[in-house]
Design a binder for this molecule. Sequence first.
Ligand code: UD2
Length: 290
Amino acid sequence: KFPPDISRRKVLLMYPILNVSTTSRWLAPIVWENTFDQTVIDAIYKPQNITVATTVFAVGRYTRFLKDLLESAEQHFLVGYRVHYYLFTDLPDQVPVVKLGDGRKLTVIKTESSNRWQEISSRRMERIEKLIEEKLLHKVDYMFSLDVDSKFYAHWGAESLGDLVGVVHAWFFGLTRPQFTYERRPKSQAYIPYDEGDYYYGGAVFGGRPEKVLKLVQTCRRNLDIDRANQIEALWQEESHLNKYFLYNKPTKLLSPEYLWDDTKQRPSFMKVVRFTQVVKNYAEIRPNP
Ligand code: UD2
């Protein structure tokens, strides 16, 4: 049974305050506060009894971020839904014990370390690919990949679900193509020319239906392999490859920077809520290499 529709009056009242675009040029929704009614969304997804797999990598000193990430996720991330965290780490002993809500699970997967942070970050693509093929395909309904050095601050619900989901990077929202930090060297498979591009997407969050995410991670992994063979590393590693993928395989849903904020940046007045944010970190202290 659906709750009554949002009244026309309420729609008229809420839209004038949204002076940001709420759809992409290919008519994919861009999710902001006040563009959705949580009651209606839950009435659609709750009866489907969906499971959302969520991959998180915590290699080396990044295990220190796990407690805050998981505890805050249990407060705000898809609360009331079945969530299965897949936690990749080289240090299983350092995974904190966090009380999970009903229907929520955590599986630890031992993974190799590397002495280059660029490799740790990029190799996520092939590990997620393997996980989808072995465990997620036709078994879970949706999935997300999240950076571990992050924390939830407010509701992140089923409004975020879609076939292929990307997040607009906080630093590049409202900027134009030439300002995007895409890979610009034609030698790399992540190359995007200056006259192409829609948005600059953050590498910290992507998701969708497992079969769609499988295509994404497979393509990025293959392109990372080709770049490695050609001895070139894209400017922002797998984030550059993700941006290339989204240029030619448009996300069906875009999450606004509410879903990936950066606290070192001043929050603009049009942003009513920060749901998920990158933790401020001392790179020199936590990464295995500069
Ligand atoms: C950006 C992206 C990140 C990734 C990276 C490029 C955002 C907010 N972040 O962040 O997603 O695309 O650029 O490579 O868009 N990790 C470890 N151990 C390490 C190093 C990394 O576990 O020693 C994992 C961890 O899950 C971390 C992720 O890799 O969250 C990305 O690494 P990062 O956060 O250091 O990258 P950063 O801040 O440059």
